[in-house]
Structures are given as C-alpha cells and as structure tokens.
Write a protein that binds this ligand. Structure first.
Ligand code: AMP
Ligand code: MG
Length: 312
C-alpha cells in the first residue's frame, strides 16, 4: 500500500483517495471547505508531510520517465478545477515544483483563442496531453466546457448530458493510451474567495492576477455550484473519479493533492528499466580506464613534464 496510515499520532488516518473521492449521494451543499478530512495535524505537520512526500513524488516521476525512455507509454494527468483563487496555480508551483521541471507539463486553459474556437472543445485538450513519463497538469480543463460555458450560456441548447458522455469516453481513451487521470476540484467558500480577491487588490504584485470578470463569476456562485454538482454526479467514474478537496486551507489542499499523486504513482509501480548493455562488460572497461588513470598519476612528475609538447 502506498500510504503508511498513522493510527496513532499525526498524519493521514484514512487514505485521501478514499475520503475525498466522490461517492454516491455526494452533496456539495453540505461540503465543509475549511475541513481537513483524514489528516490529523495542523499546518506545520501538513507542511512537513508535503516536504517528505516531495522527495517520494520526485523519485516516482523519475522512475516513470526512465520507464518511458525504455519504451513505456505511461504518464499521469492531474486535472485541476476550482473557482478563481481556489489555489490551482499554487498546486503547480508548490506541488509539482518539487519534481524535475523536465518531468512536468503544465498547461492552463483560458478563454478559447479564435483558432481553438474553430475546433471541437476537446481539440486543444487532446493536444496538451502529457508525453510518456511526464506528470501533466491541467489548470482548468475540458470541464470548463460544462462549467463556465454552461453558467454563462455560451452555447445553444442543452448539450450537457451529451458532453458528460463525450468527456467520459475521452477520459477512457486517455486511460487506454496509458495516461492515468487524477481529477481534483479545489473547493473554497465564498468568504474565503472574497478575502483572497481583496488581497489581490491590495498588493501591486498581485494586481496581475485580478480579473474584473472574477467578480461576475462570483455573482453566479450558486449556478457554478449547481454545475459542479452535476459534473461530479455525471463524470466521476471508477477509473477517473473526482476528488473534491476542501481548499480554504492551502496547506491541506496541497498536501491532499501531493498524497493523491504519490499514491497514484505508487499504485502504477514504475520500475527502473533493465540496462540495454552488458553491465559487467562496461564495468570492466571503465575499470581498465580507472587503472590507466591511476597509473598515470603515479608517474614521476619529471617524465610527465618531458612528455609535454613544446609551446604549451
Ligand atoms: P484564469 O484561470 O484565472 O487564467 O482564467 C481563465 C478564464 O478562462 C476563466 O475565467 C475561465 O472560466 C475561462 N475559460 C476557460 N475555458 C473556457 C472556455 N472553454 N470557454 C469560456 N471561458 C473559458
Ligand atoms: Mg483568474
């Protein structure tokens, strides 16, 4: 098992995938965004756990990459959804920041460009899937096409059920191609969002993150929550379930996502590929070179000086 459950003392008391996964009857209405389910300990314990898990995550990704160099096709895709200021960007920086930058592919999805608009909504998503051996992160995703697009009425009619089925099919194909999909929704309370937006307007170094349209989205909070509930009800499948993560406490959201990634990769069990060469023959060659080098070092300085070319 991936996780050492701390039955006494601090740490996870329950596997986060068990406690955060959307099950039958999941109700966003009664969801406590400030809770820290399954983890016994506060911010300091949480941050210490993240640091420890970072090393593990990094090692597992390196193994997955090594596996891909030997022909493996597996990768991981972390799908992050959440309202503005819910901490999606912080996950990329703080969680994936612990992994070799060459092993991570982060992609954010904003308002579609004119080119993207000419294609099916999954077009830009397919093109951004992680390459073998990598951890891909989607900061927003194809789910925007059943969230903002629905709440803002950006398409005609009522295509949501059809889109959920299409998304389910797409995610199944993605899994069949070797990409394990980990879906996380970071949920904050309206009050927490208000505080975070206010902070963005207080500090010049945060202005760039503020977008006046964030307030518009905020005004449709209930519509968003309704759209999220439908997404959870219709697109949480056994192979690609949703994890709904309380995110008022940033440390908890980061810890939960880190642990989910570590558990996913541990279950994938990547292994160091066998060498594509004869290890003992190569060791013997290298051994010979080392001996030669040591012999040269033992030579008297005079004879070495004599051997030097003139003019150097
Ligand atoms: P941010 O994540 O703060 O950079 O904001 C990106 C914005 O793009 C958000 O307001 C999203 O709702 C919006 N967005 C993302 N995908 C779509 C989409 N498919 N259609 C319309 N708006 C989108
Ligand atoms: Mg924003």
């Amino acid at each position: 098992m991936a996780l050492r459950i701390a039955r006494h003392g601090r740490g996870w008391q329950v596997r986060p995938s068990d406690i955060l996964r959307v099950g039958p009857g999941f109700d966003l209405g009664g969801f406590d965004t400030s809770a820290t389910p399954g983890f016994d300990g506060g911010k300091a314990a949480g941050e210490a756990a993240i640091a420890t898990l970072g090393g593990r995550l990094s090692e597992l990704q390196e193994k997955l990459y090594a596996e891909s160099r030997a022909g493996g096709s597996r990768a991981v895709l972390l799908v992050l959804q959440g309202m503005d200021t819910s901490g999606k960007g912080g996950i990329s920086r703080h969680v994936l920041g612990m992994v070799d930058p060459q092993g991570v592919q982060v992609r954010s999805f904003g308002v579609p460009t004119p080119e993207e608009r000419r294609h099916h909504y999954l077009w830009r998503i397919r093109r951004a899937l992680p390459r073998a051996g990598r951890i891909g992160v989607f900061d927003r995703s194809h789910y925007e096409d059943v969230l903002v697009v629905r709440v803002d009425g950006l398409v005609d009619g009522d295509p949501w059920l059809e889109r959920y089925r299409e998304i389910e099919r797409f995610e199944r194909q993605t899994e069949e191609a070797g990409i394990t999909v980990v879906k996380c929704a970071l949920m904050i309370s309206p009050d927490e969002q208000l505080a975070r937006l206010a902070e963005r307007l207080e500090r010049p170094e945060k202005f760039w993150k503020y977008n006046p349209s964030d307030i518009d989205a905020r005004e449709r909070w209930d519509d968003y929550m309704h759209a999220y509930q439908d997404v959870f009800d219709h697109t949480s499948t056994p192979s690609a379930p949703w994890h709904v993560i309380p995110a008022d406490r940033k440390w908890y959201a980061r810890l939960a996502v880190t642990q989910l990634l570590v558990d996913t990769l541990t279950d994938m069990n990547p292994s160091w590929p066998p060498p594509g060469f004869d290890v003992s023959a190569e060791r013997a060659r290298l051994g010979a070179l080392l001996t030669e080098r040591a012999d040269a070092d033992r030579e008297p300085p005079a004879s070495r000086r004599k051997g030097r070319r003139k003019g150097r």
